[in-house]
Ligand binder design. Structure first.
Ligand code: NDP
Length: 484
């Protein structure tokens, strides 16, 4: 047994930190974990989980006209945000308790406190206590950032959405990434008038071009007022330009559940209706402005650089393939390392860390061919190379089909589904798969297994179709649409 208080001290109780702590403890290691906010981190408390529940809530709106088209007699309902929100908070409390119980059950000692690195084997807690540990794992995640512009502090960030006491009537969403597009669809589905500004030529930069175009079309078709190549020139509280202030509109300042330590919230104030001028000449007042303009790693004031941990240009902790920092006893996983910022990846990184450090089995993290989904309406599921990336790499065949699916077509919905495979001409391997459809997230998880296994187009072809489904198109595309 070492002279340290613990074998492992984990800083951060999100998905990655909790998993690493539990699995390390199961090897017999003495483990402590510090979290200064709610246990569960971004994914469980202010990210994937509440977001997905909001996706479900918002999806019912389209089902009503669809049900009528199928012969149901029903009236359009009214969404009651307070009713949903109350239930959401109960559910998040339940999940947080589950996380705590799992840690307790694994024998991990929990400190409900902010902690920072005080040396290669030392951690300092906010109350002045210190603890020593053979290894320190930094899993502090990231936070949403606002652009640098006058009055940006009046805008909301994604964390704030989950604390709203009531829904705004209108919102301007700035950004074209995952968070911007998902919330544009969710809030529109819940009945909010949504305008979206994206500075680039097409939303969802980095995803397959055709998929991006189809999703943008579907969002506009639904009524989201999407402005491409557009940014904010100027924004001011509406009260300063003759509109009503947030207080006048009865929006309480405490609708924000902001955390003092979050960099995103430094100087942030309760959001109020904003008058906005766009680069496209639009001048309009929105009840709220939501900045979905990216996230940054939580490395500030963590004692990292002082301890010798090297930090990158974007504030991320630099690590090797085993998640080890420049200090051999300090490791880092998840969004704080800004590699692939997805919950399941942070969990994998945590497990690989435990294999490496506590099971004497050096395990690099595999960041290749990670399937993921964007929960827009319709969803985008993707794994592997986009057509644009593959074309740069080698000669390819592109198999692609776009059609109106049976369910929507019967109901007169205009939505089209996209199924697309990018295939290597040389090896016949499927290099990428892209699906735009309802439940594309579910479909891509399964297609992802085949692609990860190195399936060829011939393997897809010899798989019998499941009929009638949308996904059957993945195994029935006979001729390439084009080659490149
Ligand atoms: P992204 O980096 O994906 O998107 C940020 C967006 O904001 C981009 O469209 C960017 O434009 C734009 N932007 C950045 N700075 C400015 C600025 N100053 N003015 C105007 N626009 C700006 O970040 P997100 O916040 O959407 O998501 C963060 C990460 O969270 C994602 O990368 C993803 O890993 C994860 N996530 C995953 C989800 C999922 O798996 N479904 C859901 C939500 C988040 P440009 O493209 O020009 O740079």
């Amino acid at each position: 047994m070492s002279d340290y208080d613990y074998d492992l001290f984990v800083i951060g109780g999100g998905s990655g930190g909790v998993r690493a702590a539990r699995v390390a403890a199961s090897t017999g290691a003495r483990v402590a974990l510090a979290e200064d906010n709610r246990m569960g981190g971004t994914c469980v408390i202010r990210g994937c989980v509440p977001k997905k529940l909001m996706v479900f809530a918002s999806s019912f709106r389209e089902m009503m006209p669809e049900a009528r088209a199928y012969g149901w007699e029903l009236e359009d309902g009214q969404f009651e945000w307070p009713r949903f929100h109350e239930k959401l908070e109960v559910e998040l409390d339940r999940l947080e308790a589950v996380y705590r119980k799992l840690l307790d059950g694994s024998g991990v000692e929990i400190f409900d406190s902010r902690a920072k690195v005080a040396g290669p084997n030392s951690v300092a807690l906010a109350d002045g206590r210190t603890a020593s540990a053979g290894h320190i794992l930094v899993a502090t995640g990231g936070h949403p950032i606002r652009p640098e512009m006058a009055n940006a502090r009046f805008g909301m960030v994604s964390d704030d959405i989950f604390h709203m006491k009531e829904l705004p009537k209108s919102i301007l969403i700035v950004g074209g990434g995952y968070i911007a597009c998902e919330f544009a669809c969710i809030l529109h589905g819940l009945g909010v008038e949504v305008t979206q500004f994206y500075r680039g030529a097409q939303i969802l930069r980095g995803f397959d071009g055709e998929a991006r175009g189809l999703i943008a079309d579907a969002m506009e078709e639904r009524g989201i007022d999407l402005h491409l190549g557009t940014n904010i020139v100027e924004m001011r509280p509406a009260s300063e330009v003759g509109g009503k202030s947030g207080a006048e509109m009865g929006m309480p300042a405490e609708e924000l559940g902001r955390h003092d330590h979050d960099e995103a919230d430094a100087g942030a104030v309760a959001p109020v209706p904003m008058w906005v001028k766009g680069t496209n000449g639009m001048e309009k007042t929105f009840d709220r402005v939501l900045f979905a303009t990216g996230r940054a790693p939580n490395t500030r004031d963590m004692g990292l650089e002082e301890a010798g941990v090297e930090i990158g240009r974007r504030g991320e902790i630099l690590v090797d393939e085993y998640s080890r920092t420049t200090v051999p006893s300090i490791y880092a996983i998840g969004d704080v390392t800004n590699r692939v910022n997805l919950t399941p990846v942070a969990i994998r990184e945590g497990m690989a860390f435990v294999e490496t450090v506590f099971k004497d089995n050096p395990t690099p993290v595999d960041h290749e061919l990670i399937p993921s989904a964007v929960f827009t309406q319709p969803e985008l599921g993707t794994v592997g190379l986009t057509e644009e990336e593959a074309r740069e790499q080698e000669p390819i065949d592109v198999y692609c089909t776009s059609f109106r699916p049976m369910r929507g077509s019967f109901a007169g919905k205009p939505d089209r589904v996209l199924m697309k495979l990018i295939v290597s001409k040389q090896t016949d391997k499927v290099l990428g798969c892209h699906i735009v459809a309802d439940e594309a997230g579910e479909m891509i998880q399964l297609a992802g297994i085949a692609v990860k296994m190195g399936a060829t187009k011939a393997d897809f072809d010899r798989t019998v179709a499941v009929h009638p489904t949308m996904a059957e198109e993945l195994v029935t595309m006979r001729d390439p649409m084009r080659s490149a």
